[in-house]
Design a protein around this ligand. Structure first.
Ligand SMILES: [Zn+2]
Ligand SMILES: [Zn+2]
Ligand SMILES: [Zn+2]
Length: 279
């Protein structure tokens, strides 16, 4: 997966853009009810999240949790319609309004219901006179037309607009939303891999060799090193293989670092190819 990722032209175009524009991080933005990565979408037609995930796995990007959203557990859609239902009979036939309680008998109903009865209690028939003495405003409530239940807290159902599934809040999945930090160091180490090496690797493979591009080799120190290319005969130790890095720029430090890692992995042969300037 990771190898093929760095061979994709659209992925390479994205990486080149991040490099050229010195992009430090990729932030999501909320568009059309979805978190999207517009910078990435300029280059990738599909699989945006899968590819960002893959690049994080390679260490090119580093994930940082930025936000989280509730999504449908069946289809991951963020388009959820909040639908209140009666806690007693599950009916959706609800009305919302200001509720008055007749304190003498405890009857509660919508304000307009009392008005339509000449401001007399619907239950006990007494006249309602003084706010705070014989009646009070109880606040905003929901009333079920099917069973008459008055409640401040109807059951909330979240209907998925995409697939139609009805969920209660506990059933919704929490989806993490990431910012992706561009890992400069890793970037320069993998830079060689941005070249399309497919013609070269296919040729070497056709000669009967085992090729990895890019390659990850654990050295005798236990540290895992990245190389642009690793060629060997199948099943042979690294001492009979060749490692190579392809870089855009090189300095003394880079050569020293390259030498150190080739030594650590005990490579039989090594090559540092510079495409561009060498100081
Ligand atoms: Zn009453
Ligand atoms: Zn009801
Ligand atoms: Zn759904």
């Amino acid at each position: 997966m990771s190898d093929s990722l760095l061979r994709r032209q659209d992925v390479l175009a994205l990486l080149n853009h991040l490099e050229r524009e010195k992009v430090e991080f990729i932030d999501p933005s909320m568009e059309r009810e979805k978190y999207r990565y517009p910078v990435v979408e300029q280059f990738l037609k599909s699989d945006v999240e899968v590819i960002l995930e893959g690049l994080s796995g390679l260490g090119v990007l580093e994930k940082q949790l930025l936000d989280s959203i509730m999504v449908c557990p069946a289809c991951e859609s963020t388009s959820l319609m909040l639908k209140p239902v009666c806690p007693t009979c599950s009916s959706g036939r609800l009305m919302k309004g200001n509720v008055i309680e007749h304190m003498i008998c405890g009857y509660v109903d919508f304000e307009q219901e009392f008005y339509s009865h000449g401001f007399k209690c619907i239950k006990c028939g007494k006249e309602m006179k003084t706010l705070g003495v014989d009646y009070r405003r109880a606040g905003v409530f929901f009333k079920c037309i099917s069973c008459g239940r008055v409640t401040a807290l109807p059951v909330r159902r979240y209907i998925c607009v995409e697939c139609g599934r009805a969920n209660i809040e506990e059933e919704l999945s929490l989806k993490p939303v990431f910012r992706y930090l561009v890992n400069r160091e890793k970037f320069s180490a993998l830079r060689g891999a941005f070249f399309d090496l497919t013609p070269l690797t296919s040729y070497i493979e056709s000669m009967g060799y085992h090729v990895e591009a890019p390659a990850k080799i654990v050295g005798s120190s236990g540290v895992s090193h990245d190389f642009t290319l690793y060629i060997n005969q199948t099943g042979q130790p690294t001492s009979s293989g060749l490692v190579a890095d392809i870089v855009n720029e090189v300095s003394e430090d880079k050569i020293y670092e390259f030498f150190t890692k080739t030594f650590d992995v005990k490579a039989g042969a090594f090559m540092l190819l510079v495409v561009g300037k060498a100081s």
